[in-house]
Design a protein around this ligand. Structure first.
Ligand code: DGL
Length: 261
């Protein structure tokens, strides 16, 4: 059975990969961390589109049965062109504005994301469709992706950087925060501690995995798992760093191969 390709600008998409693994224990998974080009959030749209084209071509050569865009920024900017280039299902993450708008009690939600995601037409469309009855505060969290890419998930420096972007949202009464970047679930402990017990954090990764299962069941491509699925990892960044950080975030030492140029 063909594998499923999952990618992100870096290691953040591992937060989606773990949900996909949970939902599909018997499927082989290929993960591309484009860490050599992260963060996407401060890149131009044409740069991100070119990276998505290259990773899409890599997955086509690997003959995957589906592609998961585990990057809000890539999804906001380039999912349509990836869908147009692919003849397999493309499932993409997007900031969970709809569930947050339904869950808020204070009527104020915060969206934590990259600058590129915040500025995207995709987010404007989500707010227009689902966020008109609530106040939606958009917060570009500059520097957070780099914290996760370098494995700095805790400590004084991390807390200070997280607090800086969180504070304005809390001061304005947000009681529900959307983790609108797949790197941010790895900062969840710090965010939750700083936000306090009355603030809910929403991570759309489990919903992405459910949508993937739904799309694959529709094409009956899941089959009956005869063995546990495997995971293979590629990175466009430093392989030494990728080994260390992917190993830490995935919870096991895994081989990481250089992504072909
Ligand atoms: N994990 C990516 C996302 O969900 C981070 C993008 C970036 O590299 O800036 O948006």
């Amino acid at each position: 059975m063909a594998a499923i390709g999952v990618f992100d600008s870096g290691v953040g998409g591992l937060s989606v990969l773990r949900e996909v693994r949970r939902a599909l224990p018997g499927v082989d998974l290929l993960y591309v961390a484009d860490s050599g080009h992260a963060p996407y959030g401060e890149r131009s749209e044409s740069f991100i589109a070119a990276r998505v084209d290259a990773i899409g071509a890599f997955f086509r050569r690997a003959d995957v049965q589906a592609i998961v865009v585990a990057c809000n920024t890539a999804s906001a900017v380039a999912v349509q062109r990836l869908r147009a280039q692919s003849d397999v299902p493309v499932v993409a993450i997007e900031p969970a504005i709809k569930p947050a708008a339904q869950a808020t009690r204070s009527g104020v939600i915060g969206v934590l994301a990259t600058q590129r995601t915040i500025d995207s037409a995709a987010v404007a469309k989500l707010i227009n469709a689902h966020g008109r009855q609530v106040r939606v505060l958009l917060q570009a969290c500059t520097g957070w992706v780099e914290l996760v890419e370098s494995g700095e998930l805790s400590g004084a420096r991390t807390e200070a950087k997280v607090a800086r972007h969180l504070k304005p949202l809390l001061e304005q009464g947000a009681d529900t925060l959307v983790l609108g970047c797949t790197h941010f679930p790895f900062l969840r402990d710090v965010i939750a501690r700083l936000a306090g017990p009355n603030v809910d954090l929403i991570d759309p990764a489990p919903a992405v995995a459910r949508e993937l299962v739904r799309r694959l069941s529709a094409s009956s491509a899941i089959g009956c798992p005869a063995r546990p699925g495997t995971e293979r990892f590629w990175s466009s960044g430093s392989l030494e760093r990728a080994h260390a950080v992917i190993g830490a975030l995935w919870g096991a030492r895994v081989p990481v191969v250089a992504l072909p140029a």
